[in-house]
Design a protein around this ligand. Structure first.
Ligand code: ZN
Length: 355
């Protein structure tokens, strides 16, 4: 009995030791696997960050380059040739040279101080001094605001002219839940591509910003559109939802009783919002969601011309996050939006100057 018990004890101890060894080995294996997975996640993240900073430096290099060549052009431009170019393209466009200035607050300051930048449309600049005829512009001016920026402005500003309702100057925007890319980057990528597409279709394009590192509130952005005498003001954004299954395109427009905008600007803004959403969806196959009518958007309330906020898709949805951050996706969106601009002007044309 006793002996048997001892045998049992030894057997039990051996079993326990074996068990511990097996568990230990399994634990090590699980640990290794988890480590491998973690490493993969880290590597994917590192790759993303590397790609992003490469893209960022590419963008700033391109901006630096373009502002360099623009300033060369501005300096070397023959005033007579410029005058002729202007005459050929029609109206003198106040503020159109803003696109050549990387730091737009500098531009805003210049405007405020009455030191207007030489008002020469981009199209004319590019052809000035080449001996070629200036590109015939179509006479329409489009101001595009790439939403958000790397900074955010916590200072408050009036939600509309004369309003006592104060809102944050500019918010930080969303970030791709899957891509990790910031919304302000996607907005800028699409804005730069849209500028090129519209310029090649004959539009004069003014951008609120060409780089991410700016400090520019929503009132200032609307001011740039006004100073440029823009016919329409497109505000480019990406959406986000708590639910990752939500996807699709929508625009923000003022309600019919917006207290800051004229009846005509409201009606045209609502039409512009429908057209832009539908044109993007027609080109990309994304779902068209119901547009939102709100009067609490600072950049809309301060606008003097037809305005819309295009929410190009949801960065909280896997497919749309991948789409919005891909070259091909952005190219499709830009074709859709450029078609929308064509469609808007073919239906509505220029707004008669108010007052
Ligand atoms: Zn946004």
């Amino acid at each position: 009995m006793k002996k048997k018990n001892k045998k049992l004890d030894i057997l039990m101890i051996l079993t326990i030791i074996a068990g511990v060894l097996v568990l230990g080995a399994a634990g090590t294996l699980i640990g290794l696997e988890a480590g491998r997975l973690q490493t993969e996640v880290d590597m994917a993240k590192a790759e993303r960050v590397a790609k992003k900073s490469a893209a960022d430096s590419g963008v700033s290099a391109a901006v630096a380059e373009s502002s360099l060549s623009d300033s060369n052009l501005t300096e070397s431009i023959d005033p007579e040739a410029a005058a002729m170019a202007l005459a050929a393209t029609g109206d003198v466009i106040r503020g159109a040279a803003v696109a050549a200035i990387p730091n737009v607050s500098e531009y805003a300051d210049a405007v405020q101080n009455g030191n207007l930048v030489t008002p020469i449309p981009r199209n004319s600049l590019e052809n000035a001094g080449t001996g070629e005829n200036p590109t015939e512009g179509n006479g329409f001016i489009v101001c595009i605001d790439a939403g958000h920026e790397t900074n955010q402005i916590t200072d408050l500003e009036p939600n509309g002219p004369g309003s006592e309702n104060m809102k944050q100057g500019v918010t930080s925007g969303t970030q791709g839940e899957w891509s990790g890319v910031y919304e302000y980057q996607v907005n800028l990528d699409v804005t730069l591509k849209l500028r090129d597409a519209l310029t090649s279709r004959g539009y004069t394009v003014v951008l609120c910003r060409e780089i991410n590192d700016v400090t520019m509130s929503n009132v200032q952005r609307a001011q740039i559109a006004s100073d440029a005498n823009a016919d329409i003001f497109l505000r480019i954004h990406c959406n986000s939802s708590d639910s990752s299954s939500v996807d699709g395109v929508l625009c923000y427009a003022p309600t019919s009783s917006n207290p800051y905008l004229s009846e005509e600007v409201i009606e045209r803004s609502q039409a512009l919002s429908r057209i832009m959403r539908d044109s993007q969806c027609e080109e990309t196959g994304q779902e068209a969601l119901d547009n939102l009518y709100q009067d609490d958007m600072t950049g809309i309330n301060w606008a003097k011309m037809p305005v819309t906020i295009v929410e190009m898709g949801f960065m909280s949805n896997y497919e749309e996050d991948m789409f919005l951050t891909s070259e091909d996706g952005q190219d499709q969106i830009v074709r859709g939006l450029a078609n929308g601009v064509d469609e808007y002007f073919s239906q509505y044309g220029k707004m008669e100057a108010a007052e």
